[in-house]
Write a protein that binds this ligand. Structure first.
Ligand code: CDV
Length: 312
């Protein structure tokens, strides 16, 4: 008997600055109902799913950005999402900007079970971009201004009959993200992203290049850790800025099992057999048998590149 977890990758089209939380939550609920009708038990939404991708906007006074943050989860405007999840018996994961009671700010994702209880929280570790306004860039990417790096590591939870972990956007490009979860036996990594088509610098990267790197990162993470990876975009043109789509699900052999080809609200539903992760975990990527941790010290000792270790 396969151990199936039917997941819906719920891509969101653009969310304009003027669009309020209730309007976005209504779109998310519509996707959730459609996902249920297609047999999904678990729905995954993108990074910062409730708002426009506000880190592209510079606020000299950081407090002005507070309108984009959630002080409570669920709060009055997100409660209907939790109520619908409970009504439908649907587990979910989504990203939002978290403002803690102590005034700390994180780019956060949560895992919510079918009863509507939050059972897991992840705070984005790899924050791209910069902290100050950069006039040389075609557009700003100010995650380092508005968020602290996550302080919760990369936990994996027993969830929906499997082992599930989370990552957020830029995290998907770093092999460490997946490996730390792989070492906890992860069977499904869920992640959301907001990735601009233009990189903000003058160096030309085509949309094709960016889509290639998206697939490459997700597929490599899946294969090298023998896990499902569900990667969900917020896509389209937000207030004149383009985010690419490409929502996809990769299997534990690294192959893509489905991918969306539009930039609107939409679903990619797949029945993932969690037992399909066993083959890779027991053969090529049997970590206990093959990893040589005595040679991996630099990975945690150095953040940046240092002197070469080779001796003549
Ligand atoms: N939201 C992100 O983390 N976006 C980055 C962009 C800025 C490169 C990404 O890795 O997709």
């Amino acid at each position: 008997m396969p151990r199936l977890l039917t997941v819906a990758a719920a891509q969101l089209g653009p969310i304009q600055k003027a669009e309020d939380r209730p309007a976005v939550v209504a779109r998310m609920i519509a996707l959730m109902r459609a996902a249920k009708a297609r047999g999904a038990d678990f729905i995954v939404y993108p990074e910062l799913a409730l708002t426009t991708f506000f880190p592209r906007w510079y606020y000299e006074d950081r407090a002005e950005a507070e309108r984009w943050f959630e002080r409570r989860m669920p709060g009055p405007q997100t409660q209907p999402l939790f109520d619908t999840a409970r009504e439908l018996g649907m587990a979910m994961s989504f990203g939002y900007a978290e403002l803690t009671p102590e005034g700390r700010r994180f780019n956060t994702s949560i895992l919510v079970d079918r009863s509507g209880a939050i059972v897991g929280k992840y705070r984005k570790v790899h924050l791209p971009g910069h902290a100050e306004h950069d006039p040389t860039r075609a557009h700003q990417h100010l995650e380092k201004r508005y968020f602290e790096p996550g302080d919760l590591g990369f936990p994996v939870w027993e969830f929906e009959g499997g082992l599930v972990g989370m990552a957020i956007c830029n995290d998907r490009r770093w092999p460490e993200t997946y490996r730390v979860m792989g070492l906890q036996g992860v069977e499904m990594v869920v992640l959301g992203y907001n990735t601009p088509t233009a990189n903000g610098h003058s160096r030309a990267e085509t949309l094709e290049d960016r889509m290639f790197h998206n697939r490459l990162s997700v597929q490599a993470g899946a294969y090298q850790n023998s896990t499902w990876v569900v990667a969900v975009a917020k896509a389209g043109i937000e207030d004149g800025h383009h985010l690419f789509g490409g929502t996809l699900i990769a299997g534990p052999d690294g192959k893509i099992v489905g991918e969306l080809d539009h930039e609107e609200d939409g679903l990619l539903v797949h029945a993932c057999d969690l037992d399909a992760t066993r083959f890779g975990k027991e053969t090529m990527f049997n970590f206990a048998a093959h990893r040589r941790v005595e040679h991996y010290g630099l990975i945690t000792q150095r953040a940046g590149v240092g002197a070469p270790l080779g001796r003549r």
